[in-house]
Write a protein that binds this ligand. Sequence first.
Ligand SMILES: CC(C)(COP(=O)(O)OP(=O)(O)OC[C@H]1O[C@@H](n2cnc3c(N)ncnc32)[C@H](O)[C@@H]1OP(=O)(O)O)[C@@H](O)C(=O)NCCC(=O)NCCS
Length: 172
Amino acid sequence: MPLRAPDFAHFPEFCDLLADYEPGELHGSGFWGDRQPVLTTEGYRAWVEELLAEGDESLPAREGRVRCSYFWITDDDGTWVGFLALRRTLNDFLLEEGGHIGYSVRSSRRREGHATRALRDALGEAAALGLDRVLVTCDDDNAPSARTIESNGGTYEDSRNGKRRYWIRTHS
Ligand SMILES: CC(C)(COP(=O)(O)OP(=O)(O)OC[C@H]1O[C@@H](n2cnc3c(N)ncnc32)[C@H](O)[C@@H]1OP(=O)(O)O)[C@@H](O)C(=O)NCCC(=O)NCCS
């Protein structure tokens, strides 16, 4: 399984991973807006706690955020190579631009099929949550992400605000 639930035991790998990303590439990590990486053990722990809380139906949803399941993308050896977020519902912004699923792979491990496999498994997770189809988007000029979506059966609907919007059925 390329997808693993976030856990508290991987702070050194986390630092190594983040050093392998350019600013703005951390899709699927939960880092955006007022939540930015803090490279201390306390900062790491707080981030993992927040990620787990966002997926926990027994806790109140964070203001402005929809309920979301986060995963860490791993290779066959279990090495952490990227991030994936599965948003369980869409708000207005997500319907227009963000979609249900976001992901990224560290730059040194790209073009190995990790994103394609991770998105495939995320479709199974979405089906288990009761979603019949998911919206996945990418920038108009993001050819690797467009290929990732198309390889997973994405049907192009339209482009809005510079984003290509695809729907993928979770049940074949
Ligand atoms: C987009 C991204 C997640 C792809 O991850 P990846 O693990 O390299 O993707 P894969 O190895 O599964 O490759 C997916 C497809 O893109 C193609 N591809 C990958 N990198 C490419 C590149 N630089 N140029 C052209 N095609 C590329 C692959 O050949 C593959 O196509 P194929 O199935 O026809 O062979 C990765 O480039 C990334 O993290 N980018 C920064 C964050 C980002 O853009 N996230 C997506 C936001 S929508």
